[in-house]
Design a protein around this ligand. Structure first.
Ligand SMILES: NC(=O)c1ccc[n+]([C@@H]2O[C@H](COP(=O)([O-])OP(=O)(O)OC[C@H]3O[C@@H](n4cnc5c(N)ncnc54)[C@H](OP(=O)(O)O)[C@@H]3O)[C@@H](O)[C@H]2O)c1
Length: 203
């Protein structure tokens, strides 16, 4: 591991669950959570903002128990923060870079034991991007997993400009991003249905 100009503690505050169950019961704020080790292709991120997705909730309930890392676990996929330490093979990021991303390459296959709901999280360099200056940390943290899901859905559909698409749950995390991605193209028209049940986009 390369040297760092920032002093990183060995323990941190973090939200931890030690058993699966109702998140309101099992999720606890702890102050003696180990700061994760940084592998050679990872950076350590000082977390400024983290976001929760439905998957965090389902994971805490045990829905992906068969492929999950074993508790105790710090949940959280989405992060925005500042790089404070570099693994030995990190090429592009520097200490001090403001970054954001989804810390888990595979959402359901052994998601990390030390997620983003803590003061620090270790993340592969390839999973992070520099935070745009015009986004706050909170805004940046709200995007990664949901926009990945939105883009993956659109790719699977094989959308063409001749199609119309009905977005149910258009006010939700994924749905609102599907709408924003599509309306970036001026060839798509937006129709909001009564009671905001859904949104129709036409090519
Ligand atoms: N977020 C992710 O990163 C992610 C990743 C993979 C898969 N998913 C899946 O994608 C789906 C959406 O996730 P999300 O994060 O966007 O959730 P969300 O932010 O809670 O949004 C869900 C949306 O669906 C609407 N809705 C709920 N029940 C409905 C119904 N019966 N009829 C019409 N609209 C209904 C909600 O409306 P109200 O607000 O009015 O209740 C809300 O706008 C979930 O199944 C989730 O498991 C999400």
């Amino acid at each position: 591991m390369s040297s760092s100009t920032v002093t990183v503690p060995t323990k941190m505050k973090g939200w931890v669950y030690s058993e699966y169950g109702d998140p309101a019961q099992v999720l606890k704020l702890e102050s003696e959570v180990p700061v994760p080790d940084v592998k050679e292709d990872q950076v350590l991120v000082k977390v400024v903002a983290a976001a929760l997705n439905l998957l965090d909730y389902k994971r805490m309930e045990g829905a992906i128990k068969a492929t999950d890392s074993s508790p105790p676990t710090v949940p959280g996929y989405d992060v925005a923060g500042v790089v404070v330490e570099l693994g030995s093979k990190v090429k592009n990021l520097q200490v001090g870079d403001e970054v954001y991303g989804n810390i888990n390459e595979a959402a359901l296959l052994q998601p990390k034991k030390y997620g983003s709901l803590a003061e620090y999280t270790a993340v592969e360099e390839k999973l992070l991007a520099l935070k745009p200056q015009n986004l706050s940390f909170a805004e940046a943290a709200s995007l990664p997993l949901a926009i990945e899901t939105a883009l993956e859905g659109l790719e699977k559909v094989g959308l063409t400009s001749e199609m119309s698409i009905l977005v149910l749950g258009g006010a939700g995390g994924v749905g609102s991003l599907v709408i924003q991605v599509l309306t970036q193209s001026t060839s798509w028209f937006l129709t909001i249905l009564p009671l905001q049940v859904g949104v129709i986009l036409s090519g």
